[in-house]
Structure formats: C-alpha cells, structure tokens
Write a protein that binds this ligand. Structure first.
Ligand code: PGA
Length: 258
C-alpha cells in the first residue's frame, strides 16, 4: 500500500465535559500538543453546544473541530436538531455520522444515508461510523458491515467520496480498557474488507483515497500498533480523549509512527 502523508486522530467527547470551562481547558491543551505534530491532524468533536466557541478559539493548522451528529434537513420544525450548515457556519469542518450510540437510540441506515447527503452538500467531511455488535464464526458480521456501508453510500457519486472517511468501530470493543481493543491483525483484515466493498462500488483509485479509521478502546498502549499493523489511516478515540495526558501520548505516538 502506498505511503500516506498523515494520520487522523478524532476525539469523540460524547456527553462530556459538564462545563464549558473544562472544554476550553481540554481544547487548549490539545491545541498545544497538536501543533507540535507534523504527521497528525487532530479533530475534536465536542458536544454541539461547545462547538462554536471552541472552533473559534482553538482551530489551527493541526487542530480542527467537528460535530457528533447532524440532521438531514436544512431548516424547519425539527425541535432539538442541528443542520449541517450550522456546523460549517461556526467553523466545524467534520461530522461523525452513524455512531453506534446514535444507532442504539434508533437511528437507521436509511437515516444515516440522508444525513450523509445533507452533510456533504453543506461542505462537511463525514466520518461514517460502522461496526458490528458481535463477531460470529461464520463471518455474518462481514455482511452486516457491507450492508451498513452500502446503504449509507447508496446513490452517492464517486466525486463525493473525497469528503468521506470511514470509521470502523466494533461495538463490542467500545468503552473498555486497552486490552479489549481489537487486535491489529483483525483491524487489518476488516479494513481490507471495507476497502474491497468501496472498490467494488467506486473503483480502485477512489476507494484507496478514502481514509479508514479504527475506534474502540484506543489508548496510548495500543495506538501505534493499531495504525501500523492495522494499516488504518487514523483513530477515533472516546474516553481517552478526555484524559489530556493519555490523549497527548496517543497524539505523540501517532506522530512518531509515520
Ligand atoms: P472508546 O469510544 O474510545 O471510549 O472506546 C470510541 C467511540 O465510541 O467512538
């Protein structure tokens, strides 16, 4: 596989931290560390209510911001929703879509597909999250992953692929200790499979250009192995992204891994 120029490091803060002051503190520390990196682009996805303030104050050439979700309509009577254009308007450049925690609240593949179109139309880069609930010996999880991918991408033209990132997050590996993360070998196998599905649909060149990330119990101890041996182009980090020391170490490790 040809060399890539950078790794992506996404921080999914989920429903944390409780206060804006703490969010500022975390973003400030992340900015200092991110700016020391030469090979890593860090993207923080805070709770939407903090996004405008953080993106305005802390964006840099090595630190960007994104949202954890968006709605598929631009405006209207949709209480509680956030439009993709609102994210770009406050300097958010990315959006996570189809995270398993959103799917657990009732989001379907079809809804994810609609959101993906809306987000791309607004100029956001989409991190499409897919992942199986469990692995079975017969390999049915592969058909499940393929279904998630194909439904989300149905009708999407090759031209739009330039703003797509796929994050593979096996649900059984989310939110645990480093020892519960997937093995780098399994990550590699799965990323090859995802790439194959993309290739069948869009051809070799376009498929190869889509970055694939791994997420699920990423920690300083496993970050380097996961990207190097897993042959993914970056990581999506949940709980460890709220621990400044651990997140800084993950950043430094990735930066030294290319
Ligand atoms: P985790 O979460 O790093 O806490 O496992 C990853 C995610 O859900 O995006």
């Amino acid at each position: 596989m040809a060399e890539r120029k950078q790794y992506y490091l996404f921080a999914n803060w989920k429903l944390h931290p409780a206060r804006l002051a703490e969010a500022r503190m975390l973003a400030g520390i992340a900015k200092k560390r991110a700016n020391r990196c030469t090979q890593v682009l860090t993207v923080i996805c805070p709770p939407a209510i903090f996004l405008a303030e953080l993106a305005a104050r802390y964006s840099s050439h090595r630190l960007s911001f994104g949202a954890q979700d968006c709605f598929f309509e631009e405006r209207g009577a949709f209480t509680g929703e956030i439009a993709a254009q609102m994210i770009t308007d406050v300097r958010g450049q990315y959006v996570l879509l189809g995270h398993s925690e959103r799917r657990a609240l009732g989001e379907t593949d079809e809804t994810v597909a609609k959101k993906l179109r809306a987000a791309l139309a607004a100029g956001l880069t989409v991190v499409l999250c897919i992942g199986e609930r469990e692995r079975d010996e017969e390999g049915r999880y592969l058909a499940f992953l393929e279904g998630e991918l194909r439904t989300a991408l149905a009708g999407l033209s090759r031209q739009k692929l330039g703003k797509l990132i796929v994050a593979y997050e096996p649900i059984w590996a989310i939110g645990k200790g480093a020892e519960s993360a997937m093995s780098a070998h399994e990550v590699h196998e799965t990323s090859l499979f995802i790439r194959k599905v993309l290739r069948e649909r869009y051809g070799e060149k376009a498929a190869f250009a889509v970055p694939i990330l791994y997420g699920g119990s990423v920690a300083p101890e496993n970050a380097a192995t996961l990207v190097r041996d897993g042959e993914v182009q970056g990581l999506l980090v949940g709980h460890k992204s709220l621990d400044p020391r651990a997140f800084g170490e993950i950043m430094a490790t990735l930066d030294a891994s290319l």
